[in-house]
Design a protein around this ligand. Structure first.
Ligand SMILES: *[C@@H]1O[C@H](CO)[C@@H](O)[C@H](O)[C@H]1NC(C)=O
Length: 399
């Protein structure tokens, strides 16, 4: 006999999926959905999913201290590392909204950007429902020992059900330490399994590739992506040189040493730091040349950049499309035939918040990526290529 069991759990799952589907439909049907409506839908589905996750008994939770008021990539990097740490300690990650710098630090739903860290996790509001202040144990994780990561993992593997971490461990010292490079092995697995953009970002990235003729490496004309970090870096780079800082996070992985354009990078030499951090046009051309010689079949280039000087940009493009100059530089396959840039991405007004994510995804999908070792955007692209996609180090270049 057919028995109709009313299951509240099933009902919640259905409601959750209904909202997610609705989000998708609103996105696909309306050319210009209102931004706030999109965000409300994401906030609502986050609440539904959190309630669903919290139904499982025996869950243990951790909420970290995270930085606000910094750029998207710095926040995203922390979110991914903390989510990874929570999973490695068998805890549910308690996520927080992103604070959106271009809009006065307005809070935006994390799931509208990164779908990975919110799946199977709970939001901050729901954490307060499942963990009353009496249940919460406050701890600190910073240690002077060389293995900050393992120390954190060990502490978090304790039996307390609800943990709030009161100190911040993603310091520059930690991110630049050998201990940090040791996380790479497990972080690659993490990215492969758990990294995922939100649906709209994937959709706009597909649209961008179609409209700009930037086809994926397989089954079409491949493209190189070049990330030029200009803007505030003109003033930022001499400061990095004074502090003798090396490349940022994943860009400093030892496996990337052969991918750094010569002469050998020397972080105690200010000239070398500025050379890599704010390269001349000749140097940028040289980096593209290395890859053009290696990949004579690639004739498309997409340039990701923020506020690059227009004259400089035009000079570079002219040189890259010039048969004579590229032939002299040893490009056997001929010059670039099509060059596009970030501002060509077919983006609607209400989609502007995703621009940085799109740059990142387009750089990730390129056959070859050339980037800046001091930029968190470049370093995220490299992590996704090598970690999530198991790409080749030879297809990555740091100028
Ligand atoms: C790096 O630069 C410093 C300062 O210019 C110099 O003293 C040192 O010899 C250089 N190291 C290498 C390996 O070239």
């Amino acid at each position: 006999m057919l028995s109709l069991n009313y299951s509240p759990k099933l009902f919640r799952i259905c409601l959750g999926s209904a909202i997610i589907t609705l989000t998708g439909l609103v996105f696909f049907w309306s050319r210009r959905p209102s931004r706030n409506m999109m965000y409300d839908l994401h906030f609502n589905s986050e609440a539904e999913q959190s309630a669903e996750v919290a139904l499982t008994t025996g869950n243990r939770y951790v909420k970290f201290k995270q930085l606000n008021g910094i750029g998207f990539n710095n926040q995203a990097q922390e979110v991914l590392l903390y989510h990874h740490l929570a999973l490695e300690s068998n805890r549910i990650y308690v996520y927080q909204p992103l604070s959106w710098l271009p809009r006065n630090n307005e809070q935006v739903p994390l799931s509208a950007f990164l779908a990975g860290p919110t799946a199977g996790s709970i939001n901050e509001a729901h954490f307060h429902k499942v963990c009353s202040w009496r249940d919460v144990v406050h701890i600190k994780l910073a240690t002077n020992s060389r293995s900050q990561w393992n120390h954190a993992k060990q502490v978090l593997r304790g039996g307390e059900r609800c943990i709030v971490v009161d100190d911040w461990i993603m310091t520059w010292d930690f991110l630049a330490s050998p201990d940090f490079s040791n996380i790479w092995g497990s972080f690659q697995e993490y990215l492969k399994k758990h990294f995922e953009w939100s649906l709209p970002i994937k959709y706009i990235a597909d649209r961008t590739q179609r409209k700009l003729g930037l086809l994926p490496a397989r089954g079409g004309e491949p493209y190189m992506a070049l990330h030029l970090r200009r803007g505030d870096f003109e003033g930022h780079c001499p400061g990095l040189a004074r502090k003798q800082l090396g490349f940022t996070t994943w860009a400093s992985l030892p496996i990337l040493l052969p991918s750094i354009l010569g002469p050998p990078f020397n972080r105690t030499d200010p000239v070398s730091v500025v050379q890599h951090c704010y390269p001349s046009l000749d140097r940028i051309f040289e980096a593209i040349t290395v890859q053009a010689r290696r990949n004579p079949h690639i004739h498309r280039l997409h340039i990701l950049h923020d506020a690059m000087d227009e004259r400089q940009y035009n000079d570079l493009v002219t040189k890259l499309k010039d048969p004579a100059q590229t032939a002299r530089a040893g490009w056997t396959g001929g010059p670039m035939q099509a060059i596009t840039q970030s501002s060509d991405i077919p983006i609607q007004k209400c989609e502007r918040d995703w621009e940085v994510c799109l740059d990142e995804e387009i750089g990730r999908r390129a056959a070859v990526f050339i980037g800046n070792g001091y930029s968190s955007l470049s370093s995220q692209i490299i992590a996704l290529r090598l970690g999530a996609d198991r790409g080749n180090v030879e297809d990555v270049m740091l100028y």
